[in-house]
Design a binder for this molecule. Structure first.
Ligand SMILES: [Zn+2]
Length: 393
């Protein structure tokens, strides 16, 4: 584990702003054999750069430890698939055609959509299984099984028309090497499209469970713009799209003048008090369910479920199980809290289900109309008990 003494983006001084104490790795789900000695926990301390305002983790766990058994598949989520199809169309409109490289290409969902739009594609991803799945989906393109870095980018030296990085920059433990790689891969007039979890949405929703060890950096438009500028990129455009409860998408190139960006001060005191309001709301709903003799479960077992269960100390005495539609997660346990993960069909209308994939709450409500009509209860564990609101620009 690395202890970060200075900002990973600008090398400025850091100050600690929020701590979750010792937490397990959010995506390291446990097998039956692991239950006797549940996985290790690591300090989760959030710090902010006093120079460029980048929010980042103070303690960084080695990627080899975190990604040895990675189970998140982009294509497993229908809303993600639709979003990537729409992103591929937007890139087509702005870039036209040519070579597209995706950093963190996962199971190839976006690469496949880019091929459909007529691009030559190449993906880079550290998970071997995901690379193999992606290759099978592609007709001409391929994937490289590696962590993105300047040296990996050398393979594409100056040939890429567009480099895309969706929800991967925040996972990098060396932002400047990552960006040097993007610069190296792109043509001089190439476009960099980057999507990151939007810090502003996370703060407004007190979405502490979106903070976990894999997410090393948390950007807003100011801190992301500052990182890009240091590598010679100007911001062509940016938008907040309604995915993952606020995703910041930025378009950058070296051939334009940057659009102006407003500095945002982060209100950590409000974040902490909102977080307490959320906890009180969710706990009161759980207490109501228990007093009505309703069993409680998690609907979905994303990383957010690990964080919420462990930070709020919810174990199987409160949350009986978690349902998840991803087969690779079924039969495993949420680390720390030791909540078992079962297939969706084990959810009966007797349950009060806390929707952990609350970024897709609207879609889940629509999908589960029969469950609700039969007496099942869905709880949205957000600040207002409703689907999250994406802040406007
Ligand atoms: Zn900084």
């Amino acid at each position: 584990m690395l202890i970060r003494e200075m900002c990973d983006s600008c090398s400025g001084p850091l100050r600690d702003v929020f701590s979750m104490g010792s937490m397990p790795l959010a995506n390291s789900l446990l097998k039956a054999d692991d239950l006797a000695s549940p996985g290790e926990a690591y300090p989760l301390v959030v710090a902010e750069c006093t120079e460029c305002s980048l929010v980042q983790l103070r303690y960084v766990v080695e990627p080899e430890v975190m990604y040895s058994d990675y189970r998140f598949f982009t294509g497993a989520s229908t809303p993600n698939t639709a979003l990537f199809r729409s992103l591929a169309q937007s890139i087509k409109q702005r870039v036209g055609s040519g070579l597209a490289i995706e950093i963190g290409s996962n199971d190839g969902t976006l690469l496949e959509a880019m091929e459909v739009e007529g691009f030559d594609v190449a993906g880079v991803d550290p998970a071997k299984t995901h690379c193999e799945i992606a290759r099978k989906r592609l007709t001409r393109g391929t994937t490289i099984n590696a962590y993105w870095s300047e040296s990996v980018a050398a393979a594409f030296a100056g040939r890429a028309d567009v480099v895309v990085a969706c929800n991967v920059l925040g996972h990098s433990d060396n932002l400047n090497d990552f960006m040097s790689g993007v610069s190296r891969a792109l043509k001089p007039n190439g476009i960099f499209v980057v999507e990151v979890q939007y810090l502003q949405s996370l703060l407004e929703e007190a979405g502490f469970e979106m903070m976990y060890h894999e997410h090393v950096s948390y950007f807003d438009e100011w801190s992301l713009g500052a990182l890009l500028a240091r590598h010679g990129f100007a911001i062509e455009d940016w938008e907040v799209i309604d995915a993952q409860c606020g995703t910041l998408r930025m378009w950058a190139s070296k051939t334009t003048i940057s659009m102006p960006i407003e500095f945002r001060k982060h209100d950590w005191q409000k974040f902490r008090s909102d977080l307490e309001s959320r906890r009180e709301y969710v706990m009161s709903r759980i207490d109501d369910a228990i007093s009505n003799r309703r069993p409680v479960c998690f609907y979905g077992a994303p990383a957010k479920a690990t964080q919420l269960a462990n930070f709020w100390k919810l174990g199987t005495d409160t949350v009986e199980l978690a349902t998840d539609t991803t087969p690779a997660k079924q039969g495993l346990w949420i680390p720390g809290a030791l909540i078992p993960i079962v297939p969706r069909d084990q959810l009966t209308p007797a349950y009060t289900a806390i929707v952990m994939a609350w970024n897709f709450y609207r879609q889940i409500i629509a999908r589960e109309s029969e469950f609700v009509a039969a007496g099942g209860e869905l709880i949205c564990p957000t600040l207002k008990g409703e689907p999250c609101i994406t802040p406007t620009r």
